[in-house]
Design a binder for this molecule. Sequence first.
Ligand SMILES: N[C@@H](CCC(=O)N[C@@H](CS)C(=O)NCC(=O)O)C(=O)O
Length: 214
Amino acid sequence: MIFYATALSSYSAKVRIALEYKGLHYQEIAPPGGYKSDSYRQIVRTGRIPALMSDGAIISESEVILEYLEEKYPYPPMLPANLLARADARFHARFHDLYFEPLVRNLFPHIKLSQRNVNVIAQTKQSLFIMLEHMSAWEIQDFRFNHGQVSLSDCGFLVNIPLAVQLLQACGEDFSTPDRWTKWWQTGHQIPVVATALAPWKLATEKWILSQNS
Ligand SMILES: N[C@@H](CCC(=O)N[C@@H](CS)C(=O)NCC(=O)O)C(=O)O
């Protein structure tokens, strides 16, 4: 399989967690010419990353890639066996993509001091706070990471919860997630395959933040 991705891309990091967790052999390459480029669009029409080439076909959209991997390589499973629990996991994954990640993404332009808008940052911080409070009522099992198990619905949040904290702090805001979530993502990051998957993204993100005001 070819995994089109970059180290800095948070959606690529989300998919890399599943690739590593399932112990799959894949070759990760940067999109030729960069994402959105004409040459990359010859391979992936949307020009977006991540994308996966598997059995000669291109699969786009991180969530679709995760579902494909789960169906093609069901072991180790990344969805619970119970039908309602599966629906719940999918709800969390969709919530991440539709509502949580776009808030985090809002912060990127404001890392650069010259582009910083304190009102946007304050609004985003407030929205993230409310969203995390709402998420604290979710019936996720605090012991979910027991035995190192990771669900499809964890992949996005393992990237974007710590990223939200990191970006807000880079914007000069004092922000921490509710204890439950801090404990959750920090435990998840200690799982060896998760740590391997996230290492390039962590490094690239730190470098990118530093580069914005130097
Ligand atoms: N909904 C997409 C989002 C992927 C995405 O936005 N990727 C960014 C890089 S992290 C990208 O390719 N941006 C190019 C663009 O916006 O055209 C997914 O889940 O894969």
